[in-house]
Design a protein around this ligand. Structure first.
Ligand SMILES: [Zn+2]
Length: 194
């Protein structure tokens, strides 16, 4: 599939169904995961810019899906520039799925938010949260840095939103990697509203 998170999400969901369907007495509960997924889509999403003190001028208009973009080919998020050490906060409420150190993202945090959207915060200087921690809009996740492949570039937060449920109307037949736009949402759309 598209991202590791999407892969793991579908693996977990299918495992739940397999678990329910293999036991005769459990089968009558097969609708429960559907209801939980439906409820997740109903949760309201109110977003804030995930860097303290940042404004809509802190990232470039064409940051999302910029091309060419090194080994990633296209840039599947936005880069919010700020001084090193500025607080990185959760853009929406949710739960921290994992924190990670290594690879292109350097120190990074993944938060599952409303509507089954995964919010990815990368290149952090410091991680200040932990897996399974519930977060509110504005909860501190870490600080802005230049870890991973941001090394040697001005410190910034790479912020991306992915969805394991494809949004077919976002498919782009012109852009490079355009079909992947079904799985990557442009944070700009929600951050610029306020
Ligand atoms: Zn980036």
């Amino acid at each position: 599939m598209i991202t590791n998170t999407t892969n793991r999400f579908w693996f977990a969901l299918l495992s739940v169904f397999a678990f329910i369907l293999r036991d005769r007495r459990m089968r009558k509960w097969f609708w429960v995961p559907f209801v939980i997924i439906g409820l997740g889509f109903l949760l309201p999403q109110n977003m804030i810019i995930p860097v303290k003190g940042a404004t809509t001028k802190s990232w470039a208009d064409d940051s999302f899906w910029a091309y060419p973009w090194g080994t990633s080919i296209t840039h599947k998020g936005i880069d919010i520039f700020a001084e090193k050490g500025k607080a990185v906060v959760a853009s929406t409420h949710g739960i921290v799925i994992y924190t990670y150190e290594g690879g292109k993202g350097g120190k990074s945090v993944m938060v599952l938010g409303p509507k089954w959207r995964f919010h990815y915060y990368a290149h952090l200087d410091e991680i200040k949260t932990f897996p399974l921690k519930p977060v509110k809009r504005g909860s501190i996740l870490g600080t802005v840095g230049d870890t991973g492949n941001a090394k040697g570039k001005p410190p910034h937060l790479h912020y991306a939103i992915t969805t394991p449920f494809p949004y077919f109307h976002l498919k782009d037949s012109v852009a490079v990697h355009g079909w992947k736009k079904m799985f990557y949402l442009d944070p700009d759309i929600w951050l610029r509203k306020k």
